[in-house]
Design a protein around this ligand. Sequence first.
Ligand SMILES: C[S@@+](CC[C@H](N)C(=O)[O-])C[C@H]1O[C@@H](n2cnc3c(N)ncnc32)[C@H](O)[C@@H]1O
Length: 278
Amino acid sequence: MEREKITLTGVPETLLSTLYARAVDSRSRHSLLHDRTALDTVRRVDYDFRRTGMTSVNAAGVALRARCLDDWTAEFLARHPRATVLHLACGLDTRAHRVARFPETRWIDVDLPEVVALRNRLLPPADGDHRTLATSVTADGWLEELPADRPVVAVLEGLVPYLRQEDGERLIRRITAHFPGGQLLFDCLNGLGVRAQRLIPLFRRTGATLHWGIDDPRALERLHPGLTCLDVIRGCDLPGVRRIPPLSRAEARLTSLVPGLRDVFRLVRFEFPAGEGR
Ligand SMILES: C[S@@+](CC[C@H](N)C(=O)[O-])C[C@H]1O[C@@H](n2cnc3c(N)ncnc32)[C@H](O)[C@@H]1O
């Protein structure tokens, strides 16, 4: 089998780390995601996955976060089957394959052009109303051109800390202004997590830089009238944490005991109402 040589660097290269984590999870008897496509994709690329520094202990954490975002997405779709799913910074993630969609659900996977090109070569297309869009999420125009006829669930996994605060806040403002209501689901690091980034081998090796640390996710409610924070869940308290392998569970437990560390990584869910005139 001819393997796809990976030439990504910087932030796009970090998608190999989360892909690998899902592959490791899928091989575990404690698997949360059962993402066989991730395992197949890992086998089809020519890349030294040791660069990711990913171990089975932290792979379980990535799987937990993905599982929670999958479940929140599915919950939203169960209430709004015709919704648009805006999956930003999709990387090589197959959320569209994992989450139960409805025939009328519209799914849009978005990432940078070099990532979307790789994705199109490596991943099978998802069925139903599914498309990929090659753009930087911070570029002008692309979002405003999307149909705004349905509520949206925007899923941003592994993206927000890489954005500059002004770009991230502008993105949230654009999504909430454009769509007739919906939810925003994302993971974030606090300021300490961003300041400590050079301790993490992945960032040293790829050269990716984290910019935006969010100490108080609820403060983002000011970005749009009616934007409401429904959930802030610490990484160490995510649903499913009792099902991960014992060593990963022990790490989560230790993190939860250290005040400075327990808020480093969190998942958040926001809801926003339809704007005036909708
Ligand atoms: C850690 S990876 C996460 C990928 C995927 N969400 C996952 O969990 O496997 C970070 C992703 O953010 C994407 N990304 C970073 N900045 C971006 C931007 N400005 N516009 C679109 N995608 C971006 C990268 O290309 C990469 O795919």
